[in-house]
Design a protein around this ligand. Structure first.
Ligand SMILES: Nc1nc2c(ncn2[C@@H]2O[C@H](COP(=O)(O)OP(=O)(O)OP(=O)(O)O)[C@@H](O)[C@H]2O)c(=O)[nH]1
Ligand SMILES: [Mg+2]
Length: 283
């Protein structure tokens, strides 16, 4: 659970607790009303109705407290669905008015969006092709020019956030990673296969695997090779290289990112196809 999510949940719990207190006050007022107004039956029904609402609010609060402690996204989504269905069953009265209910639903939707978000983070050596892939994802085209990335860049679309970074183990990237702890992150290791160094690649993948623990085991690792044309590898050699990396339990695909080069060799080059591969949707 990210700090942002926990803050929203705490905020909601405070809102609901104040609603509950208001309900208790109303209950007391109704009770004394019954004593002095001798409309016993009417008051009893009113009290029962308030008690039922109070129980629902308490159930929502308890579930929010459980949700706050959960690290698995799937489990969190299940609990959140329960909370949403309870909140949908709330009907407005003098205390839990329409505005408060709408406010509760808006906040629950925000939490749901945060839980659904996936972050794609590019890692790898300088000049490997991180920005070229980032550009494919954003603009759906190949970027020929090279401007070294100094500070990370962010791009957000639907439930996916992409971060292009300055590369391997630089402070800017490491700081960004620290801020992403608790989120679902796909770390994409980008490497230039024309400069392929098996030891370095294995070391890098291992380093990412070691970071997984910090991410509550929510860090997925994907490897993308680039510069297939410059490498002069044959198709068979490229396949062998891909398989060798896949053997480490990591999704891997090797690309020639320039559609004009090595035309006989192209995994589908488009923003959708590349994103689907990264998210494991077309395996
Ligand atoms: N032909 C070809 N060029 C590529 C490929 N991948 C990257 N390039 C080019 O290589 C150069 C470096 O690529 P970038 O994507 O900027 O590299 P980077 O990993 O972002 O590098 P830093 O920002 O310095 O960390 C650019 O000119 C790209 O156009 C590829 O698969 N084929
Ligand atoms: Mg770059």
């Amino acid at each position: 659970m990210t700090a942002e999510c926990v803050k929203l949940i705490n905020n909601l719990i405070d809102d609901l607790n104040s609603m509950s207190i208001m309900n208790v006050i109303v209950t007391a007022v109704s009770f004394f009303g019954s004593l002095f107004g001798s409309r016993e039956e009417e008051c009893r029904r009113e009290i029962e109705c308030i008690e039922a609402k109070l129980a629902k609010l308490k159930e929502i609060i308890t579930l929010l407290e459980i949700l706050r402690e959960i690290s698995s996204n799937d489990d969190a989504m299940k609990i959140l669905k329960k909370i949403i269905s309870l909140s949908n069953a709330l009907t407005p009265n003098a205390i839990v008015n329409t505005e408060k209910i709408n406010n509760l639903r808006t906040k629950l939707e925000k939490i749901s969006n945060l839980l659904k978000q996936i972050t794609i983070l590019f890692n790898g050596n300088t000049g490997a092709g991180k920005s070229a892939i980032f550009n494919w994802l954003i603009n759906n085209e190949f970027k020929e020019s090279y401007d070294a990335t100094i500070k990370h860049k962010k791009f957000e679309k639907d439930d996916v956030i992409y971060y292009d970074t300055s590369g391997a183990m630089k402070e800017d990237t490491e700081e960004l990673k620290r801020n992403l702890v608790g989120r679902r992150v796909v770390a994409v290791y980008v490497f230039d296969i024309s400069k392929y160094n098996q030891d370095e690649t294995m070391k890098y993948i291992q380093m990412l695997k070691n970071q997984n623990e910090k991410f509550d085991n929510k860090l997925e690792i994907v490897a993308i090779g680039t510069h297939a044309n410059k490498s002069k590898y044959t198709l068979l050699e490229i396949q062998n290289l891909q398989n060798h990396i896949r053997y480490q339990g990591v999704r891997c695909r090797i690309y020639e990112l320039n559609p004009q080069e090595k035309k006989d060799f192209h995994p589908e080059l488009s923003n959708i196809a590349i994103q689907d591969f990264i998210l494991g949707k077309n395996e």
